[in-house]
Design a protein around this ligand. Structure first.
Ligand SMILES: Cc1cc2nc3c(=O)[nH]c(=O)nc-3n(C[C@H](O)[C@H](O)[C@H](O)COP(=O)(O)OP(=O)(O)OC[C@H]3O[C@@H](n4cnc5c(N)ncnc54)[C@H](O)[C@@H]3O)c2cc1C
Length: 390
């Protein structure tokens, strides 16, 4: 098989599948690239329903590296996608609040982030209050702020740009549902579609997001990635959005400006967080019972918040360790995984697409070494712990 001219089939044509196709061409791949996408409206994909934010405040150095690459691209979006490219990247940091008991550990994590290239301000509660007078600091012991390479953007616009560019580079998007994968002698030979036709391939990439576990199961590969519902609440509150960061409270709630209001959310407790295939109904109880009271505690002016609307999307939850699973399967070497990001897949889509493309074209990772994210750890059941998870 010629590395540069074989056929690649990508299952899933949202942000990760599209960046994989795009970077295959950028890395010099000359053969056919077919992206199988069942829903060209993308209305239920995670990419379209996400909070579209990027942070460098992670525990694992490769996650920081992946974010730095993504942030660089978002800042220079016109250089990548042309003069009309606009994803509204608002480079504003995440403000993470830590408890008094957890302050030392959080400071150590922030110092390691700085060492890995992130730009982080480490603040006392009083310093955080001086920057953000609306903040209640009674029960916090530390605050960290990403002073560069963090913020939010329009993930929908980004998806449209990368698809447009991939198509210009000769990538074919096929509107169809994949429902099986054919293999012989330990190698994938084709992807079966719902009409029973088979798209032959030399490489197959699983970029099916929350359906990633299901797609892997077609090859009898145990991949603990499944859809878990996350609800986003769009609210109006009498607090200025100007200068307001992406706030991550030590209670687990997050909130950031969106237009002249805010969006906010929190993960449900584990026993109320089932496999969610087909369920996109917002969990309204989360707002009434948890988000609002916590918000009113942290930002007292938010006591008089008004809920405008809510929506729910699916995390592609990696139940083992909440990290992405990226790279060639250890036994079926022409089947590559690019899923499982559990809430940080949009920000890491450019780096993931590039990594998968490097692997296919060059047989190795040339920029960021994402081998810790490989399938081996899933087989061995050895979690790769990311300490900064939301
Ligand atoms: C509420 C919420 C907030 C989030 N906030 C953030 C955030 O702030 N920052 C961040 O980086 N990430 C965030 N995420 C996570 C992020 O959205 C995902 O990690 C990312 O979108 C995953 O991209 P993807 O392309 O792998 O998956 P998806 O966008 O879900 O795309 C998968 C595609 O595969 C297609 N597909 C699946 N199965 C098949 C099949 N059998 N045949 C054909 N096509 C198929 C689907 O139709 C879909 O278009 C959030 C997610 C949610 C739900």
């Amino acid at each position: 098989m010629n590395q540069r001219t074989a056929t690649v089939v990508i299952i899933g044509g949202a942000i990760i599948g599209s960046f994989t196709a795009f970077f295959l061409r950028k890395e010099g791949f000359a053969g056919p690239i077919k992206v199988i996408e069942r829903d060209p409206t993308y209305q239920y994909c995670s990419t379209a329903l996400s909070a579209s934010s990027i942070r460098t405040q992670f525990g694992c150095p490769f996650n920081i590296g992946m974010s730095l690459f993504g942030a660089g691209m978002f800042r220079d979006i016109r250089q990548w996608f042309g003069d009309d490219a606009d994803i509204g990247f608002d480079e504003r940091g995440y403000l993470l609040l830590g408890t008094k008991e957890g302050a030392d550990a959080m400071r150590a994590t922030a110092l390691s982030q700085i060492e890995a290239g992130a730009t982080i301000d480490i603040m006392t509660p009083a310093q955080a209050k001086a920057r953000h007078p609306w903040l209640n600091i009674d029960d916090i012991g530390i605050a960290t702020y990403g002073a560069a390479n963090e913020g939010w953007f329009d993930a929908w616009a980004l998806l449209q740009l990368v698809r447009r560019e991939a198509k210009k580079l000769g990538v074919e998007y096929v509107t169809a549902e994949a429902n099986g994968i054919e293999s012989r002698n330990g190698r994938v030979t084709g992807v079966r579609l719902a009409d029973d036709s088979v798209v032959r391939c030399d490489w197959c990439v699983n970029a099916a997001g929350p359906a990633g576990g299901k797609v892997a199961s077609w090859l009898d590969i145990a991949l603990p990635v499944e859809p878990r519902k996350r609800t986003v609440f769009h609210i109006k509150a009498p607090v200025p959005t100007e200068g307001f960061p992406m706030l991550f409270d030590n209670s687990g709630i997050w909130i950031r400006p969106e237009g002249d209001g805010f969006i906010a959310g929190i993960a449900p407790e584990e026993h109320r967080d089932p496999h969610a295939e087909g369920d996109f109904e917002p969990d309204h109880y989360l707002f009434e019972d948890i988000v609002w009271p916590y918000l009113a505690h942290r930002v007292p002016a938010m006591e008089s918040t008004r809920l405008l609307r809510a929506w729910a999307g699916h995390y592609e939850m990696n139940l083992l360790d909440h990290n992405g699973v990226v790279g060639a399967h250890d036994e079926i070497g022409n089947f590559l995984l690019a899923t499982g990001f559990s809430g940080h897949g949009v920000m890491h889509a450019p780096a993931t697409g590039r990594a998968v493309a490097e692997w296919i074209v060059h047989g190795q990772y040339r920029t960021i070494d994402v081998s810790p994210l490989g399938y081996q750890r899933i087989r061995k059941q050895e979690p790769l712990l990311e300490s900064v998870v939301y």
